[in-house]
Each structure stands twice: as C-alpha cells, then as structure tokens.
Design a protein around this ligand. Structure first.
Ligand code: MN3
Length: 231
C-alpha cells in the first residue's frame, strides 16, 4: 500500500481512534493488546538514499513499536481504573494515552505518507485544497518546512483538515500531542477555564464540573454529535 485509502484518511481526520483502529486491523499483531505495529508498506531500504535503512529500521521497529506498547499498557491501566473506580492516577493516565496514542497514530500516518520516488507536487482535490488554503503550493511548502524546522524541542510539522470550514491547516506539534490526540473529533466539551465558572463557583472547580455532569450535559446532543462524526 502506498497511501492511506479514503476510509483510513476519513478515520484519521474525522473519527479519531477509528483511524488507528483501521490501521491496527491491517497490522501485524504482536499479541500485546488491541493496538499493533503496522508493517512498513515498503522494504526498509526502499527509501534510500534519502532515508537510510538503519534509521527506518530503528524508527519503525523500536520507536514506533514503543508507542504501540505504551498505548496498550495505558489502556490496560485505564481498564483497571474503570474496574476499580480508583481514578487517582487519572492525570498520568491521560498524559500516557495522549502521548502514546498520538505517537502511534502520527507514525502510522508518517510511514504511508512516504514512498520510493515521492516528492513533486500533488494533483486533484489536494492541489485544489492547498491552493484554496495557502494561495500556492510554494507558499504551503515554505510554511510547512518553516513550521517543522522551528518546532520547539521534539515534535512534528503537520498538514491537517479543519472540518469547521473545510480548510487545510499547517500545525506544529510539540511532542505528539500537547495534550490532544490527533484525529479525534470532540463531541463533548467541558470548559474548565476560570472564565467558565469563577463568578459562580470561585475556586471550586469540582463543584462546577459536578454540576455540569449532573444537571447540564445534553446527552441527546452528544449522541447526535457522535452519529455525525461517524458519518
Ligand atoms: Mn518518530
């Protein structure tokens, strides 16, 4: 396979973990959990001389595999927490899920984003979307390179689709997430900025979140949102 098929791409951009699951089902399982390391879509030396076989091997077999293991481990701890009702490690758990989940998804995209003899310029609807969003391919390419080159610390340069207005956007990601999970589409938003609750609840954020969940959340709306992102 030399690219994501449309179903995978929709999954990655619009339906969150479904994207990773689609990639995972096509993967070679390691028997460690629900997520598996997807096989490279080409030989380890296929991207030479631009990307060397040693780096590809280490990057895929060690680094990417580490995120898959980390995600499976975090999900196992999540299951334990849900079973026991002990959420004292929720902060660390959410960080681990965001880091490893986003690391797995972005690497899965990264590998299929490359092919031997790639480069050049896109055509078709992607070219049209780039022209609409950035003015020209040269402008887009300059922006993506500058963004990637100036990421603070470790991270990514990313092209993403924003469903809000059907535009393409260039992002920097520090680490993999900080602290979202790439590809997820939010269906419920609970605002815990102080502006959301301070006049009434002052510093008692937990009272506000309890009130939101007990008395305010509109599950019919959340259900409709889920139907919408599932398409
Ligand atoms: Mn990497």
């Amino acid at each position: 396979m030399d690219g994501l098929n449309r179903r995978d791409f929709v999954g990655l951009t619009g339906m969150g973990l479904l994207g990773a699951q689609l990639l995972g089902t096509a993967a070679t399982g390691q028997g460690e959990g629900p997520h598996a390391l997807p096989p490279l879509p080409y030989a380890v030396e296929a991207l030479e001389p631009h990307y060397d076989r040693e780096t590809v091997t280490l990057h895929h077999d060690k680094h990417h595999a580490g995120y898959v293991r980390g995600l499976n481990a975090a999900e196992a701890k999540l299951a334990d927490a849900l079973q026991s009702g002990d959420f004292s490690a929720a902060k660390e758990l959410c960080k681990a899920l965001a880091f490893h989940g986003s690391g797995h998804l972005l690497h899965s995209l990264f590998w299929v984003n490359m092919r031997p003899g790639g480069g050049g310029e896109p055509t078709g609807s992607l070219a049209a979307g780039i022209a609409k969003s950035f003015g020209s391919f040269a402008g887009f390419k300059g922006l993506l390179l500058a963004a990637a080159n100036s990421v603070e610390g470790s991270g990514w340069g990313i092209l993403a689709h924003r469903s809000l207005d059907d535009r393409l956007v260039v992002l920097q990601a520090e680490k993999h997430e900080n602290l979202t999970q790439w590809g997820v589409a939010p269906i419920l938003a609970l605002d815990v900025w102080e502006h959301a609750y301070y006049l009434k609840y002052q510093n008692r954020r937990a009272e506000w979140t309890q009130a939101f969940m007990d008395h305010l959340v509109n599950w019919e709306n959340v259900s409709a949102n889920l139907e919408a992102v599932r398409g």
